[in-house]
Ligand binder design. Structure first.
Ligand SMILES: NC(=O)c1ccc[n+]([C@@H]2O[C@H](COP(=O)([O-])OP(=O)(O)OC[C@H]3O[C@@H](n4cnc5c(N)ncnc54)[C@H](O)[C@@H]3O)[C@@H](O)[C@H]2O)c1
Length: 434
């Protein structure tokens, strides 16, 4: 039996130790899926609070109920901050660490490099390494592979290396890790074969591609497509306001076209760890090829302008009521970046609150999923829903349309509402829509 067949047999028998580096929104569901499939799994995270929570059976990821963590703990899942516990003897390691941007919008691969160095220290013959973190085309082969090939080891013979991006959509009840097709690109055909075989134990459909670069670019195409289309509709929303056309009605009408149109919706700006960041990985890499990725830069510019547009809209709406923004009580409804999840990363609220404060508005917020938020060195506390804070506000600014908000009641008791998500659709009230 050749090497690959032996490894596949061990995968079939679940005699294959899996390690996941980075137990966040991406790594935790992946680790638990393997554990629930019967594999011995250890997860490594450098944040001791996360490790402690997991070992107490508590989840901190919105889509993962604590019950799932408890179940995996019983099956032997181990979360740890210690590399020796997680990486020594691993048969496969998945890298799910952050890939943020620096302040100057350049890729920060320091987490990937640090994970690669750790794996390299423990790498054994026949081990599979899969990079999952979103990144620019070339990262797996140009950054990770050299780290793992230190000491004369060779990808494809001594160890296996692949890239397989994550497509998780936080809060999506229909698509999860199992029924979302997974793209896999290996450094060699054997790398792709082994990675695909292992992932097919937890994912219904594997989409093999010819190289890690194709897999890396696929993920960036998906996210760039979203960024460009969201920015297009945000620009049209700005124009529509000036032309006194209702952009929401326009989108609804356009959506009746049975082909060739996919609706995207405007909003107060983009948030999360993916959409506002990933395309800039591509435009940064494009520059190394003497190529200026204008769509991405333009999209970034338009989306960055949305918080300013929203603040001007609040000022205009208040002005219409005979009130200045200065001194007015503005209640932000929803602070997280997305409906029904608690993730605050890159949330437009974090830009809009300081902009309103700079213009001397008195800003409060209410988000049952975000009890506190850190801003400008201070901590803001969410007002409670039961206190009906909208009744006191001069203007309610809806940024995130959580299902828990009592929209009818808010509309009937608020003096003025600025709705950036069309959340008050069909409800009567003094409502200004984006
Ligand atoms: N969140 C999403 O919806 C999503 C979707 C698709 C792809 N991605 C991509 O997946 C990657 C991870 O994103 P995330 O949202 O899970 O991030 P996250 O911040 O939720 O989780 C990353 C975890 O990695 C840990 N970590 C960092 N460096 C480490 C190291 N050297 N060793 C051990 N642990 C380390 C952090 O403590 C953190 O818990 C990113 O590249 C992101 O772009 C995210």
């Amino acid at each position: 039996m050749d090497n690959i067949s032996q490894l596949k047999k061990r995968i079939d028998e679940r005699d294959f130790k899996i390690s996941v580096i980075g137990l966040g929104y991406v790594g935790l569901p992946l680790a638990l899926a393997f554990s629930q499939e019967g594999f011995p799994v250890s997860g490594l995270d450098k944040d001791p609070r996360k490790v402690k929570a997991l070992n107490e059976g508590k989840s901190y990821v919105d889509d993962i109920p604590s019950l799932q963590v408890e179940y995996s703990l019983k099956k032997g899942f181990l979360a740890t901050t210690r590399e020796t516990e997680a990486l020594a003897g691993a048969d496969a390691v998945f890298i799910c660490v952050p890939t943020p941007l620096t302040k100057t919008k350049e890729p920060d691969l320091s987490y990937v490099v640090s994970a690669g160095k750790s794996i390299s220290r423990f790498l054994k013959l026949g081990e599979l390494v899969v990079l999952v973190s979103t990144t620019y085309p070339g990262t797996t082969e140009e950054v990770l592979q050299p780290l793992l090939e230190k000491g004369g080891r060779k990808a494809g013979s001594h160890f296996f290396l692949a890239f397989s991006p994550e497509r998780v959509d936080p809060g999506n009840k229909k698509f999860n890790i199992r029924n979302t097709p997974k793209v896999v690109g290996g450094v060699t055909p054997a790398c792709a074969e082994l990675a695909s075989f292992l992932l097919s134990t937890i994912v219904e459909r594997i989409v093999p591609v010819s190289s890690p670069r194709v897999a890396e670019m696929t993920k960036l195409l998906e996210n760039t497509y979203r960024v460009v289309n969201i920015s297009l509709v945000n620009e049209l929303a700005q124009l529509s306001r000036r032309m006194k056309v209702d952009i929401w009605e326009v989108i609804e009408a356009a959506s009746t076209k049975p082909y060739g149109f996919t609706p995207f919706y405007p909003g107060p700006g983009m948030g999360g760890h993916c959409i506002p960041i990933d395309p800039f990985y591509l435009s940064w890499k494009a520059r190394a090829f003497d190529f200026n990725l204008r769509f991405v830069e333009l999209a970034g510019e338009i989306n960055d302008s949305m918080p300013y547009f929203v603040v001007d809209l609040v000022a205009e709406a208040l002005n219409h009521e005979g009130k200045p923004l200065k001194g007015s009580k503005v209640l932000i409804l929803g602070a997280s970046y997305k409906q029904d999840i608690s993730d605050l990363r890159e949330s437009p609220a974090l830009k809009i609150i300081p902009l309103l404060e700079q213009r001397e508005a008195r800003v409060y917020y209410c988000d049952p999923l975000v009890p506190t938020l850190e801003l400008g060195g201070g901590t803001m506390k969410s007002l409670s829903l039961s206190g009906k804070p909208w009744e006191e506000a001069d203007c309610v600014l809806l940024l995130t349309a959580h299902k828990v908000f009592p929209y009818k009641e808010i509309a009937s008791k608020s003096k003025l509402i600025v709705d950036t998500r069309n959340a008050f659709k069909g409800i009567e009230g003094n409502i200004w829509r984006l």
